[in-house]
Design a protein around this ligand. Structure first.
Ligand SMILES: CC(C)(COP(=O)(O)OP(=O)(O)OC[C@H]1O[C@@H](n2cnc3c(N)ncnc32)[C@H](O)[C@@H]1OP(=O)(O)O)[C@@H](O)C(=O)NCCC(=O)NCCS
Length: 332
């Protein structure tokens, strides 16, 4: 029997309606549209408004769009993996909430917490369940409501992040399409530079932690930037070498959208021209787990069967990696 690979057979995405522009941020913190644009490439980001609206509210429309596009019912999903650092609750997993909301009665599921590399970790994990032959329909969603952990008085972080999510359906393929290789890395030492101080078991929420604003993203941007450029571009370069890919044979780089300058550095290391690089950071900012699948969602119509895609990410943890996908279908 030929080897089973996990092919992406449908893509879905969702961003909330509210647009938070650089102009509006100018009214919240001391910053300018010009500074944000030149330092990050971001012009606007989406925000999920409303009481009791968690990350599952971003995931449910994604899952339903995927089912609609693939022509399946949610009851046919075997497994749902959600990559997020902003779960609806500490427990249960957001995947459980989503399966309930969409009526995926036969699915089991779990969350993966790997920050901005979450989608790569989840995609590789989901692929294993397909490759084993045991599961036929595995859905992988990356989504974050970053506005729930962002301090809108901190100009160094509030300009970067936004809310949104997207995902894919994985199905077995025996013709060599789908996820073909991944390099996944982590280094816990990097937690020093990017983390949330309180709200976990080490420092549970107290009046003091709230007053000290410790339930928001803490980031030392310069250090994160340095490690992101080095590690994301190195992982992308390594996956090309390991799979004998060249700048000509790679159709697309699908990079995590944290900063346009990090994206440019990765593309440069791979020898790729701008027209082969997916970029939507200007519209959504950094949606953490959502960035890579949101790129696939935005660019889906330009993807052709047989295209070689390199996905690359870097995020809190530190976590980073790159994946090689051979795209399985032509635009519909
Ligand atoms: C956050 C980031 C955009 C900051 O850009 P930077 O070029 O490194 O800027 P610096 O932090 O060196 O700050 C430069 C100056 O701009 C100021 N500044 C910071 N944010 C600002 C803002 N929003 N508006 C205006 N000025 C700002 C700083 O206070 C500093 O001023 P100073 O020189 O008087 O001290 C950048 O470091 C970055 O993108 N880091 C990686 C982020 C990331 O990828 N995070 C997600 C994990 S994947």
């Amino acid at each position: 029997m030929s080897k089973i690979t996990a092919a992406i057979t449908a893509v879905g995405g969702y961003v909330p309606d509210y647009v938070l522009t650089n102009k509006e941020l100018e009214t919240l913190v001391e910053t300018t549209d010009e500074w944000i644009t030149t330092r990050t490439g971001i012009k606007e980001r989406r925000i999920l408004k409303g009481a009791d609206m968690g990350t599952s509210e971003l995931c449910a429309p994604v899952a339903l769009e995927i089912c609609r596009k693939r022509g399946i019912s949610p009851e046919e999903i075997d497994l749902l993996i959600v990559a997020t650092v902003t779960p609806d609750m500490v427990f249960p997993a957001t995947a459980n909430v989503v399966t309930d909301k969409i009526g995926a009665k036969n699915a089991w599921g779990f969350d993966i917490n790997a920050a901005c590399s979450g989608f790569l970790y989840a995609l590789d994990t989901g692929a294993r369940f397909i490759e084993s032959g045991r599961y036929k329909k595995v859905m992988v969603i990356g989504a974050d409501k970053m506005s729930s952990i962002i301090d809108y008085t901190d100009r160094t972080t509030c300009i970067i992040f936004g809310d949104g999510g997207a995902g894919v359906l994985l199905e077995p393929n025996t013709e060599g399409f789908g996820l073909l290789d991944s390099i996944l890395k982590s280094d816990g030492h990097g937690r020093e530079y990017l983390h949330m101080k309180a709200g976990g078991s080490a420092r549970p929420a107290t009046l003091e932690t709230v007053q000290q604003r410790e339930h928001f993203v803490y980031q030392e941007g310069k250090m994160v930037f340095k490690y992101a450029v080095a590690n994301m571009s190195e992982a992308a370069h390594q996956i090309m070498e390991r799979n004998q890919l060249t700048a000509d044979s790679v159709a697309w780089l699908v990079p995590h959208q944290a900063n346009k300058r990090i994206i440019d550095a990765t593309a440069h290391r791979m020898g790729l021209p701008d027209e082969k690089v997916m970029v939507n950071i200007q519209k959504y900012g950094n949606t953490t787990g959502g960035t890579i699948p949101l790129c696939l969602w935005d660019y889906e119509k330009q993807l052709k069967k047989g295209d070689n895609l390199v996905l690359a990410a870097f995020g809190g943890g530190f976590t980073w990696g790159a994946s090689y996908i051979r795209w399985a279908y032509d635009p519909k």
